[in-house]
Design a protein around this ligand. Structure first.
Ligand SMILES: Nc1nc2c(ncn2[C@@H]2O[C@H](COP(=O)(O)OP(=O)(O)OP(=O)(O)O)[C@@H](O)[C@H]2O)c(=O)[nH]1
Length: 335
């Protein structure tokens, strides 16, 4: 039975954090250097490419994308695929698309690569973009070549596999992983469609995300685009709890049988650990020597909380609602 959100919003809610404290976080450490190399590799293959499909996470449609790639890779027809739509709260979908349009991103498709949702929309849009552009005038060569790019773990390999399932009825061509940075192989050309003949270059997921501030870094981390240990599971779990509460997404309360929502990560993790029976022995130094104390395993609880969120069990979330509310400058250039 689902408990109504209002019932979980106890009087304590009034005392909850209005903002998240980002003090002491060093985002410069969060992104490994190999990502810069990826862009160089992509530039080398660019001559082959007719269109770029940029994949990003639908839960962070307005943050973390790196607009520098456009400069580095040149002006090519561009489609933004906002993947993992099954995990995103898309009540404000039209607003999101409007915001992106104003930023110059004209072509946006929301997808779920695990269930092949909306995947069939991609080839017609890409075909139209290429034929409407410079390529159409090049004549005889009717083979289209597409480059897939994006920050780590947003589903680039899953998209390629999904396109193949939809158009070729073929199985996996591209390795899919649960951790950021799985796609490291040299770029290979993978056929995704027969009519028109279309190939994709599966690129490494090495576009460095753009981190304007610590909060953007935390959004990216919570969505799994940075290895958790670089940021710290405890910090990710705390930011996740803050976001779930702010959006009144209280499924975690039911899932972990907590009774009511709470804004204190320490007590939430303690209760999760107890429920999951995740406890461990810790040596405590006392005046009379070492004593073994049984304590809740906060790290294990944090990992479980984050993993369940990423699998969708704790409900859908939109991390960029605040950006949608901000006034936006009109930057209506081609993208
Ligand atoms: N819920 C959900 N999960 C998805 C979707 N697409 C991909 N995933 C999962 O996201 C994780 C990353 O997917 P990949 O396809 O490996 O992502 P990638 O961008 O190629 O990753 P890198 O190799 O790190 O660059 C995997 O666990 C996928 O199963 C989706 O639409 N919905």
């Amino acid at each position: 039975m689902r408990v109504p959100a209002g019932a979980l919003w106890s009087a304590a809610g009034a005392a909850w954090r209005r903002g998240f404290s980002f003090a002491g976080q060093d985002v410069a450490r969060w992104f490994p250097g190999h990502m810069a190399k990826g862009l160089k590799k992509m530039q080398r293959s660019l001559k082959l490419v007719d269109c770029i499909i940029e994949v990003h996470d639908a839960r962070i449609p307005l943050s973390g994308r790196n607009p520098l790639f456009q400069e580095a890779l040149g002006i090519k027809p561009h489609l933004l695929v906002l993947n993992k739509m099954d995990l995103a709260d898309l009540k404000e979908k039209q607003k999101i698309v409007g915001h992106l349009n104003k930023e110059g991103v004209k072509n946006v498709i929301f997808t779920n690569c695990l269930k092949d949702e909306n995947i069939k929309q991609i080839v017609p849009v890409v075909t139209e973009l290429i034929e409407g552009g410079y390529r159409y005038h090049r004549g005889e060569n009717l083979e289209y070549c597409i480059m897939v790019i994006g920050v780590p773990n947003v589903g680039k390999s899953s998209l390629i596999n999904s396109l193949r399932r939809q158009h070729l009825r073929k199985g996996k061509a591209s390795r899919v992983g649960g951790l950021p940075g799985v796609t490291k192989a040299v770029m290979s050309k993978i056929q995704v469609c027969e009519q028109p003949l279309m190939f994709l270059l599966d690129t490494p997921g090495v576009l460095a995300p753009r981190i304007q501030d610590v909060e953007t870094g935390l959004k990216l981390a919570t969505c799994g685009t940075i290895l958790d240990h670089l940021v710290g599971e405890d910090i990710i779990a705390d930011y996740l709890l803050f976001t779930l509460n702010k959006q009144q997404q209280f499924r975690y309360v039911e899932h972990y049988d907590l009774g009511e929502a709470c804004d204190d990560i320490g007590s939430v993790l303690k209760r999760i650990a107890m429920k999951l029976k995740k406890i461990h022995k810790v040596k405590v130094l006392t005046g009379t020597g070492d004593v073994n104390v049984i304590q809740p395993n906060y790290s294990a609880a944090a990992c479980d909380f984050i993993r369940n969120f990423r699998s969708g069990v704790l409900g859908q979330v939109m991390f960029d609602t605040a950006i949608l509310e901000e006034p936006q400058a009109n930057n209506d250039s081609d993208s």
